[in-house]
Design a protein around this ligand. Structure first.
Ligand code: GDP
Ligand code: ZN
Length: 461
């Protein structure tokens, strides 16, 4: 089959700062070659498949350089769509990527509809329909919320907040200067210390609040990492299958799903879950032997959500108790399964141990309780600190790193005041945090930072 060439902005998972214009179709290379300069006399259509090239996008109408880019060339059929694919990586954010998209469209590509790349993959026989639907659902679910994050940032919510904090710091620094200039007043030192502490603590608290949102940003992009644990035979695999069948598994293009942990992506009422079933392991061999204590601990430690499965028709055992211990302090939903069978489990004991957790009873065999479980999952997620739409999420790893550094600088300033460090030293720490916050919104970005950013994203693609 042959189709026209489509293009769209596609932002890769987990890389907020990078934006990609993706082209797919017969004309992909030709269109890119009309815009791209960087290979001397060579053309993208002649380079080996699956290679990346540095260069510039030139506006053919004016001859001006529009953007600095990295271009990936992937020749069909070894691509997601089975067609020729070109990805233009722009590092200049939304404005830059939109400009490149516009140029690509001017050259004859058509703007792809949502999910159209996936549709192509299906039409070209790369994936089957249920896979295609699942991917499209995931894209929708992910983008609805992920888009809000992006839109919020575009909206300048984060920038406004950062500006406000910088203003606070600047005013504080100014006050300190004034106080230093008028030392003849009584208790001016005392006053200066008081003010420095108050203001610094305020800024610190605001930065901490922002940092707390970063975890949620990650979840939106990568899915809530959800681990199913329980003794052998309690119904872990059945649970995974139920969740997958009710919600359509997301078949990802991501390779490397390990054999020892089964991994599925599902969309539960708008919550993207990355389900990890440790079941397969236990059934064959002792978990300790198969993956080693370390590996299973690691899987648990990195989980955002634990689904702990118990057997209603069996006694509560020492192993169950150990599981509760292993997941202490995490977000846990307890699932009491096999309620179609005669009761043996002491529910009083379960309720006592699981007092701070939500308990859901299910009979996976009879298809009962899945709705309640889905409800529990979505309310746990949405009732948390995430409030519908009007929150500022920090989801960009560079921003997170800068916020952490700014936080450290503020903490230095606070402990400096507390320990009676000379004011000019405290001023240095405050100024430092002011600069770091500025880097987030691009107010004091150095050349080297841009280089670094760019090289990072080149590696990532
Ligand atoms: P796992 O070892 O924890 O992964 O457990 P499985 O999901 O493989 O289930 C073990 C056995 O229990 C299978 O034979 C399932 O069919 C059965 N099973 C799972 N859920 C239920 C249930 O709700 N009721 C009954 N009666 N059997 C179930
Ligand atoms: Zn199983």
């Amino acid at each position: 089959m042959e189709f026209d060439t489509i293009a769209a902005i596609s932002t890769p998972m987990g890389e907020g700062a990078i934006a990609i214009v993706r082209l797919s179709g017969e004309e992909a290379f030709a269109i890119a070659d009309r815009l791209f300069k960087g290979l001397g006399s060579k053309k993208l259509k002649d380079v080996p498949s699956h290679t990346i090239h540095y260069g510039h996008i030139i506006d053919p109408a004016t001859g001006e350089t529009a953007e600095e880019v990295m271009v990936s060339v992937m020749r069909g059929p070894k691509t997601f769509t089975k067609e020729d694919v070109v990805e233009i990586n722009c590092h200049g954010g939304l404005v830059s990527v939109n400009r490149v998209l516009q140029l690509v469209l001017n050259q004859g590509a058509r703007l792809a509809e949502p999910g159209e790349f996936t549709k192509r993959a299906f039409l070209n026989g790369r994936i089957d329909l249920s896979q295609a639907e699942a991917v499209i659902d995931l894209i929708r679910a992910k983008t609805d919320r992920a888009m809000n994050v992006a839109l919020n940032q575009m909206d300048g919510r984060l920038s406004r907040l950062i500006r406000k904090l910088r203003q606070e710091i600047l005013e504080t620094l100014a006050h300190v200067e004034v106080n230093i200039d008028y030392p003849e007043y009584d208790d001016v030192e005392e006053m200066t210390h008081r003010m420095l502490l108050d203001k610094s603590r305020f800024v610190l608290k605001e930065i901490e609040k922002l940092l707390q949102t970063s975890q949620q940003g990650k979840i939106l992009r990568e899915g809530l990492s959800t681990v199913i644990v329980g003794r052998p035979n309690v119904g872990k695999s059945s649970l995974l299958n139920s969740l997958v069948h009710e919600n359509k598994a997301i078949v990802t293009d991501i390779p490397g799903t390990t054999r020892d942990v089964i991994e599925e992506y599902v969309n539960v009422r708008g919550v993207p879950l990355r389900l990890l079933d440790t079941a397969g392991i236990r059934e064959t061999e002792d978990i300790v032997e198969r993956i080693g204590v370390e590996r299973s601990r690691q899987v648990l430690k990195e989980a955002d959500l634990i689904l702990l499965v118990l057997n209603y028709s069996d006694d509560f055992t020492e192993e169950d108790r150990n599981l509760f211990r292993a997941v202490e302090g995490m977000d846990v939903i307890v699932i009491v399964n096999k309620t179609d069978l005669p009761q043996k489990l002491d529910m009083g004991e379960v309720k006592e141990l699981a007092s701070q957790y939500k308990i859901v009873t299910t009979s996976l065999k009879e298809d009962e309780g899945i709705d309640e479980l889905e409800e529990a999952i979505s309310s746990l997620f949405f009732s948390g600190s995430i409030e519908a739409g009007d929150m500022t999420y920090v989801s960009n790893s560079r921003h997170i790193a800068l916020l952490n550094q700014a936080k450290n600088a503020i903490e230095e300033a606070i402990s400096g005041v507390e320990m009676g460090t000379p004011i000019d030293i405290v001023q240095i720490d405050l100024t430092r945090s002011w600069e770091l916050l500025g880097e987030i919104i691009g107010d004091s970005v150095h050349e080297s930072l841009i280089d670094q950013l760019f090289s990072q994203f080149c590696l990532g693609k």
